[in-house]
Every structure is written in structure tokens, then in C-alpha cells.
Design a protein around this ligand. Structure first.
Ligand SMILES: O=C(O)CCC(=O)C(=O)O
Ligand SMILES: [Fe+2]
Length: 324
């Protein structure tokens, strides 16, 4: 049943490759479906992303946040949502989950899909230059390589999700021809245990799916239907995957987008790197007729993913509020 969970299952994705037997693939799809219908969360093992690259990305995340504040501030987030977000610059006012009054206790470098200067869509909303530290070129190299690998994983998962919804395997592909990608390199300093104070306040994610790598500190929690916060501690070799709001709507509520939060009460710094795999800005998101059962109606109004995303971002990020 939706929301009734006390732990988050591990789903082994190794059978999502072309060489796997149809039976093994079907079992994996069924396991993923069950997790996403119940908690909207799963730990993914057998994901095929190089552990060396994951570790390199973590090192670069730490190295970036160790840079002098001046250097980070010179990369302050631009109108294309790329660059450095200092501590206390976002408050999740669209949270349907909690009254959020205090800004998040985190700082981050937001990296998005690379936009070639001569692309026809360069300069459109969310399509502009990334900002990387010139003194640490490996941050850029690693982030771009990491996003490429994670995009491959996102594609394999989208195929499995289509099958889980009873659609053709490649059903989602047309909506991801120029996917909207976010890699957020987050640093959470230790925080006091204080009312309404969070590294990341209770929220649901906006997009399609989130693939999170966290370090070994812990602090992520997921809320079940009873209102208990279930810890989602790190498990080596896995990503934490969760369903975002647009996938939940797209699937007519089959997959659930579940509230989660971060409190870093560990007395150590925490680093994490969520990757958000979202449709093209121009994708028209509409519940597929082929998915609906007899008598079932689509709950969502069709929406351009870009319009939906900009509305959410404009409300939550200080740097965008003046412009909107
Ligand atoms: O850092 C984490 O563990 C979770 C971050 C998160 O929920 C988000 O960025 O949406
Ligand atoms: Fe999140």
C-alpha cells in the first residue's frame, strides 16, 4: 500500500542490460515497480556506474567546498541556474510537507546539462553556461563525465519504468531528447538539533527521478504514511533513487513522490551529490492513455515541463525571486 513502509528496499539493476534474460529483466522491473508504488524510494545496486568515478566526484565535491569563499562567490548562481549557492539562499516555500521558515543549512554547486554555444536553444531559460572553478579544472572534467554516466543510468531506468507502467520500453525516450539534468554538489555542515532547522527541509523533488550518492555520514530521512521519519543511511555501492512530482503525476499517481529531509546531527561535515534526471524543457507531459485502466481518468492537466519547472524554481530560490 502507498506510503506503508518501514524500510527502503534494495533493487539490483544488473538485469537491465541487453544481455539479460527476459525473465531476469521482468523480475527487476517488478521489484522496482513495487518499491516505487509503496515508498517511492529504492536503493539501487548493480547500476553499472563506475565506483571510481563516483568516488572521484565525491573528492571533487569536497575540494570545491574547501576553496576560499571569494572564489566560490565569484561563481555565484547565474540566471541559468548554474553556479554556487551559498548557505541559506533557498527556502522551500512550495513544500506541501511542512511549514518551512528557516533557510536550509547547506551550500552547493549546481551543475546542469552542458549547452553548446551554437545550440539553437542556447540562451533560452535553463540553457546557458555552467560555472566551474578555474583553479580546480578536475571539478568540471569529473562533473561532466559523471553526468554522462548518470544519464545512461537514467535512460535504463526510464525504460524499466515504462515497462512497469505497461508501456513500450522506449516510451519515455522521446521526452528526453535534450534532458534537463541537474547535478548538485552539496555540503552540509554539522547543525544543532533545533526545531525547524534542517540541512534540507522536508520536501518532495520536482522532477522525474533523483539518483543520490551520499557519503558515509547519514542524515537523510523519508516520511511514511504514519508520519514516521525512516532513516535512509548510506549503503555502499548503491544510489538512493526516488520518484519526483512530475513522474508521480505522469504515472497518474501509480508511483509516489515521498517527502524527505536531511538533518546532519553527526558533528561531521556531510557531502552528497544528487543527480536529477528530468525531461526536456519542451516536453509536453501528459498521462498516457495506454496506461489507464478501464474507467480510470487522467488526473493531471497536460503541462510543458519547462513551464512547470520554472514556476517551481521561481518560488524557491532567492536569486530568482526579484526577476519573477
Ligand atoms: O543530500 C541528500 O541526502 C538529499 C538531498 C535532496 O533531497 C535534494 O537535493 O533534493
Ligand atoms: Fe530531495
Amino acid at each position: 500500500m502507498k506510503g506503508e513502509f518501514d524500510n527502503i528496499p534494495i533493487v539490483d539493476l544488473s538485469a537491465l542490460v541487453a544481455s539479460a534474460t527476459p525473465e531476469a529483466r521482468a523480475e527487476t522491473v517488478a521489484a522496482l515497480k513495487s518499491a516505487l508504488e509503496t515508498s517511492g524510494f529504492a536503493y539501487l545496486s548493480g547500476h553499472g556506474v563506475s565506483e571510481d568515478l563516483v568516488e572521484k566526484m565525491r573528492q571533487m565535491n569536497m575540494a570545491f567546498h574547501d576553496l576560499p569563499m571569494e572564489e566560490k562567490m565569484a561563481l555565484k548562481i547565474n540566471e541559468f541556474h548554474r553556479g554556487y549557492m551559498p548557505m541559506s539562499s533557498s527556502t522551500i516555500v512550495t513544500s506541501s510537507v511542512a511549514k518551512v521558515t528557516k533557510p536550509n543549512r547547506s551550500e552547493s554547486l549546481m551543475v546542469m546539462h552542458d549547452v553548446p554555444e551554437d545550440a539553437s536553444y542556447a540562451g533560452e531559460p535553463m540553457h546557458g553556461p555552467n560555472q566551474f572553478p578555474a583553479s580546480l579544472p578536475e571539478v568540471e572534467e569529473t562533473a561532466l563525465a559523471y553526468m554522462r554516466e548518470m544519464t545512461g543510468l537514467g535512460e535504463r531506468i526510464a525504460e524499466a519504468l515504462a515497462e512497469a507502467l505497461g508501456l513500450e520500453r522506449d516510451w519515455f525516450a522521446k521526452y528526453f531528447d535534450t534532458p534537463t539534468l541537474f547535478l548538485r554538489l552539496l555540503h552540509y555542515p554539522e547543525q544543532p538539533d533545533e526545531e525547524e532547522l534542517f540541512g534540507s527541509a522536508p520536501h518532495t523533488d520536482y522532477g522525474f527521478i533523483t539518483l543520490l550518492k551520499q557519503d558515509n555520514v547519514g542524515g537523510l530521512e523519508v516520511r511514511n504514511k504514519r508520519g514516521d521519519w525512516i532513516p535512509a543511511p548510506p549503503i555502499e555501492g548503491t544510489f538512493v533513487m526516488n520518484v519526483g512530482d512530475i513522474l508521480s503525476k505522469w504515472s497518474n499517481g501509480r508511483f509516489v513522490s515521498t517527502p524527505h529531509r536531511v538533518r546532519n546531527l553527526s558533528r561531521k561535515d556531510r557531502y552528497s551529490q544528487p543527480f536529477f534526471y528530468d525531461p526536456s524543457m519542451r516536453a509536453l507531459v501528459e498521462c498516457p492513455e495506454a496506461m489507464l485502466e478501464a474507467g480510470e481518468t487522467a488526473q493531471m492537466e497536460p503541462v510543458l515541463y519547462g513551464d512547470y519547472l520554472l514556476e517551481r524554481l521561481n518560488k524557491n530560490y532567492d536569486y530568482r525571486k526579484k526577476a519573477s
